[in-house]
Design a protein around this ligand. Structure first.
Ligand code: ADP
Ligand code: ZN
Length: 215
């Protein structure tokens, strides 16, 4: 069983959806985007700072993000295996993670890259709705909740993220291409990278990846 995993892929590739499915295999799901949104909801100083970047589609500064992940990955529950979703997104983050995982003796076992073409990313993100309570993702055409506007899992209200608009998405995709995509080479060089096609639909992708993680 592969224990400590990084999920990579452009915004809208399905990292969050996949991660929520993989929790069933026993992983702790660590999403920096979810952590920032929690902080924004709680109105903390971190939340205010993060919001000023996120709403424009920009990246939260490395120092802040790295500090947050350091604290989280060091906690006891992560000993059973973790899924990093949305981190690392920059080379300094990847380098810091490499140092940290050595320090805490929790090395990365695999990096999963979800491939997806740009046209599909735009379609997914513009129709995305998210549960305000638990963060579960939906789509207005292709992943509808059973009851309109209500989360299947927890009954919470669904909303559209304020960075899921055309302008912020352009910025996010640019950051992905310029800062995050080069990390695929970083992990390829370390022999950790495996790519999966996320266009097949979430059930097929999940089965394939679950099989890979168990091998
Ligand atoms: P998505 O993958 O759909 O773009 P996330 O929920 O992973 O969304 O992230 C939302 C936003 O949170 C990002 O656009 C960015 O502003 C911020 N963020 C999340 N993770 C990081 C990170 N590792 N470094 C910098 N900013 C981040
Ligand atoms: Zn919910």
């Amino acid at each position: 069983m592969k224990k400590n995993i990084i999920l990579m892929g452009p915004p809208g590739a399905g990292k969050g959806t996949l991660a929520k499915q993989l929790i069933a295999l026993g992983y702790v799901h660590i999403s920096t985007g979810d952590m920032f949104r929690e902080a924004i909801k709680a109105g903390t100083e971190l939340g205010k700072l993060a919001d000023s970047y996120i709403k424009h589609g920009d990246l939260v500064p490395d120092q802040v993000t790295i500090g947050l992940v350091k604290e989280r990955l060091s906690q006891d529950d992560c000993a059973k295996g973790f899924l990093l979703d949305g981190f690392p997104r920059t080379l300094p983050q990847a380098e810091a993670l490499e140092v940290l995982t050595k320090e805490i003796a929790r090395p990365i076992d695999a990096v999963i890259n979800l491939d997806c073409e740009q046209k599909e990313l735009v379609r997914r993100i513009s129709g995305r709705r998210v549960c305000k309570n638990c963060g579960a993702p939906y789509h207005i055409d292709t992943m509808k909740p059973k009851v309109d506007g209500v989360c299947d899992i927890c009954g919470g209200p669904l909303y559209q993220r304020n960075d899921d608009n055309e302008d912020a998405l352009k910025v996010r995709l640019n950051h992905y291409v310029n800062e995050t995509k080069p990390l695929l080479d970083f992990y390829e060089e370390r022999g950790l990278l495996t790519s999966f096609d996320s266009l097949k639909g979430s059930a097929v992708t999940f089965d394939e990846i679950a099989k890979f993680l168990k091998s």
